[in-house]
Design a protein around this ligand. Structure first.
Ligand SMILES: Cc1ncc(COP(=O)(O)O)c(C=O)c1O
Length: 487
């Protein structure tokens, strides 16, 4: 069904990247899971299930996850990287970054699709184990792992522990010796690449908490090589420790990265370091993990690359670097999270209170901004508050012929910063009771959710083969008291 807006109301308050929509009812394909479309009744539907039915059956706010889309994105990374690297190193191990969205069903889906699972805490590791993921296919990350977490990883036989610091390496060496085990270790390094992304999520430059620096003390020429660096020291200690099996090196240069150059530079640096390790210690480390961070579309302005494009570009860089260094290509692994889970889901909210404010513009002009409150907010999507992340939104329960007006979708929390979608054009007649859908909320929304203001966390519904099922039930108010004692 096509309904076109009668009058254009492009607002000077809109950010440069936000175009006035020709048809505010049209869905921008790249923002949505593949099973999502507007049906003949004008509703947003996933695999044929209309928004109003989902809201009626499961309530709002609701995270609606297209399981088929999630699985197909997982397969795309697996296939694209395996194909691109087949001749270089026989294939790639793809570790799904569980921090982006994790529950036992999701852990099973990635295993069934032939991926491994990257966990970042004892709790995530426990989820992977509970789901029945082969321990050999689990990685454990974290910049401050507890002894207990490392003991549990050793006891479960996880395939790799990604060591983040010298302190942790020393503790793991002792814990493994005490357990009579040999710990499979990757060293997380900071190759000094600053990804072009938000400062808080760029993680491979020096001035941040993660990883072992590759920069040693500056030499007489003022340049710092790797000699004497924490990374070089960690390699020496790990190789000398009988209870450590040093498998390889790891880096993760940040998140929501669109340009492949950063990944390429990091790969070259780590390959160069592998060559140095071989020259100094006579050891060829077998693995190189290039991390995750592949960008997705949150707004029409974002243009993500396909897994095929990323894989081919990276394989070219890695192949050329290995040839130049005269070394065999190590086994490559990657850790995509948001690029698999993010676009697979949208959040369905019910609109409530709305108001229009007048905002001062340039040269004494004033302009309206519409606020639409929804029944969730920063407790189910903390990313706008944490990272100033932008999202998009669409009227989900109907189409509208009203002109689009610049709108801000806000939550119901006691914070003025409780913004869900900062800038979007929504039809002028959006009103209480309408359903709004915010796409690309599969990653870092449920996993970062909270009970702020004692809101109960939304249910997660997975849609597969045209059927919906609850995979995480909605919290109840009784759940809010579950941990209180002395009630
Ligand atoms: C070590 C590591 N690997 C992988 C990821 C996944 O990143 P993304 O979800 O952006 O792909 C992260 C995210 O923070 C990370 O810290």
């Amino acid at each position: 069904m096509t309904v076109t807006a009668s009058t254009a109301h492009a607002s000077p308050l809109a950010p440069d990247w936000l175009d006035y929509p020709e048809d505010p009812n049209a869905l921008v394909t790249k923002l949505w899971a593949s099973g999502v479309e507007r049906n003949d009744d004008g509703e947003i539907a996933v695999q044929g299930l209309p928004a109003s039915q989902l809201a009626r059956d499961y309530g709002t706010p609701l995270l609606v996850l297209d399981e088929d889309d999630f699985r197909s994105r997982a397969r795309s990374f697996r296939d694209a990287f395996n194909e691109a690297f087949a001749d270089l190193c026989g294939g790639v191990d793809v570790y799904y970054a569980g921090k982006s969205f994790l529950c036992t069903p999701a852990a099973r889906w990635v295993s069934e699709e032939g991926l491994r699972l990257d966990t970042a805490s004892g709790g995530e590791m426990a989820t992977a184990l509970r789901a029945g993921v082969d321990p050999a296919h689990i990685g454990l990350h974290g910049n401050n792992k507890s002894d207990d977490e490392m003991r549990r990883a050793l006891a479960a036989g996880v395939g790799r522990i990604v060591v983040d610091s010298l302190d942790e390496l020393d503790r793991l060496t002792e814990l493994a010796a005490e357990a009579g085990a040999v710990a499979p270790v990757m060293l997380r390094l900071t190759p000094g690449v600053h990804a072009h992304t938000h400062e808080f999520i760029a993680t491979a430059h020096e001035d941040q908490k993660f990883g072992l620096s590759m920069a040693g003390p500056a030499g007489t020429d003022g340049a710092a090589g790797t000699a004497g660096s924490p990374a070089a020291e960690a390699v020496a200690r790990a190789l000398a420790a009988g209870s450590i099996d040093l498998r390889g090196l790891h880096c993760h240069i940040g998140s929501q990265i669109f340009e492949p150059e950063g990944f390429g530079v990091a790969a070259e640096k780590l390959l160069g370091f592998l060559a140095e390790i071989k020259a100094e210690h006579g050891v060829e480390l077998e693995e190189l993990d290039l991390g995750g961070g592949h960008g997705i579309a949150y707004t029409a302005a974002d243009t993500p690359r396909t897994p095929q494009d990323i894989a081919t570009t990276l394989a070219g860089v890695v192949g050329a670097a290995c040839t130049a260094l005269g070394m065999a290509c190590p086994r490559i692994s990657i850790e995509p999270g948001r690029a698999i889970s993010g676009p697979a889901a949208f959040t369905l909210y019910e609109a409530g209170v709305r108001k229009t404010v007048t905002v001062d513009g340039d040269q004494g002009t004033t302009h309206p901004r519409r606020y639409v409150s929804v029944d969730g907010g920063m407790s189910d999507n903390a990313r706008p508050v944490l990272y100033e992340a932008d999202y998009s939104v669409a009227l989900a329960s109907r189409v509208s012929g009203a002109p689009a007006v610049l709108s801000r979708v806000v939550g119901k929390h006691c914070e003025s910063g409780d913004i869900v979608v900062k800038d979007a054009y929504l039809p002028d007649d959006v009103a209480r009771g309408d359903l709004l859908a915010v796409p690309a909320t599969g990653a870092y929304c449920h996993s970062l959710s909270s009970n702020y203001n004692m809101l109960t966390r939304p249910a997660v519904v997975a849609v597969q083969g045209g059927q919906a099922r609850v995979i995480i039930r909605r919290e109840t108010e009784e759940d809010l008291f579950a941990r209180e004692t002395g009630l």
